[in-house]
Design a binder for this molecule. Structure first.
Ligand code: NAD
Length: 256
């Protein structure tokens, strides 16, 4: 039997939007498994806080300020991460924003443009900047964080839903394109998760939604998503590519 490693020890993972929620949990979970973690976020202070939390628990991490809507910043931070850690093995495109608004809202165009930039264009730009380093890795992995909103939809969330469907398309297309090089490309579609993005939703509304719409009858925790990300990043996950995995407490599975 071929021996496949179930460890990310010594591998470098670059995570966008790692100052909060699922990005922070991903940084902590990978660090606990011995990975070298590049914590990036446009909120520099929160990126530094994540780094400090990792260091305090004995992990290895460095923080960078990175606004993923800024191409120049991506093209400078990604090589800086590779220089600091000696390469990049795993990219987790996690940064994202969500805005509720109707199609005829006066700000629709500007919210659309910002959502394209952060939730979709940034993914391909980070991947393109990291590609030369991934090509040198023994276990190259790309994991995009999409959403169940890319599979189904909620009213007044059309820019978000559209971009998340785009992330699923980008994932499939790049899986096919980069497969011959041994680079796997997958995405995770979280359901309702307790993070900064859902912090403004009243607790009572969260409970009602989760009871009505998920099989597990509750919101998920960021670490429950981070562990699935870790599983896709393992060297042993070498034959998994081009998939979109719901991590949603059974939200997509439930009709009634
Ligand atoms: P969060 O708000 O806690 O974290 C998002 C992080 O992205 C923040 O640290 C924020 O500073 C960062 N960010 C925002 N704009 C950025 C930019 N321009 N450049 C760099 N960083 C930026 O939310 P979260 O729920 O942890 O979100 C993580 C990902 O999960 C997002 O892609 C989101 O769409 C997705 N998601 C969330 C849920 C949920 O229920 N929370 C469900 C499905 C998908």
């Amino acid at each position: 039997m071929k021996q496949l490693s179930r460890s990310v020890r010594g591998l470098t993972v670059l995570i966008t939007g790692a100052g909060s929620g699922m990005g922070r949990a991903t940084a902590e979970v990978f660090a606990a498994e011995g990975a070298l973690v590049a914590v990036t976020d446009y909120d520099c202070k929160s990126a530094q806080e994540t780094r400090d939390r990792v260091l305090a628990s004995g992990g290895a991490a460095e923080a960078w300020c990175l606004d993923v809507s800024d191409k120049t910043a991506i093209d400078s931070v990604v090589p800086a991460v590779a220089a600091r850690f000696g390469g990049i093995d795993i990219v987790v495109n996690n940064a994202g924003i969500a805005n509720f608004l109707k199609i005829d809202h006066p700000d629709y165009d500007s919210i659309w443009d910002r959502t394209v930039a952060i939730n979709l264009t940034a993914h391909q730009r980070v991947i393109r900047a990291a590609l030369p380093f991934l090509r040198r890795s023994t276990s190259p992995r790309i994991i995009n964080i999409a959403s169940v909103e890319g599979m189904g939809a909620t009213a007044q969330l059309s820019p978000y839903s559209t971009m998340k469907a785009g992330v699923i398309g980008l994932t499939r297309s790049l899986a096919v394109e980069l497969g011959p090089e041994g680079i796997t490309v997958n995405c995770i579609c979280p359901g309702p998760i307790v993070t900064g993005m859902t912090a403004d939703i009243e607790e009572s509304d969260k409970i009602v939604f989760a009871k009505r719409r998920t099989a597990l009858r509750r919101y998920g925790y960021p670490e429950e998503v981070a562990h699935v990300t870790l599983s896709l990043a393992l060297p042993a996950a070498s034959y998994v590519t081009g998939i979109a995995i719901p991590v949603d407490g059974g939200h997509m599975a439930r009709n009634a």
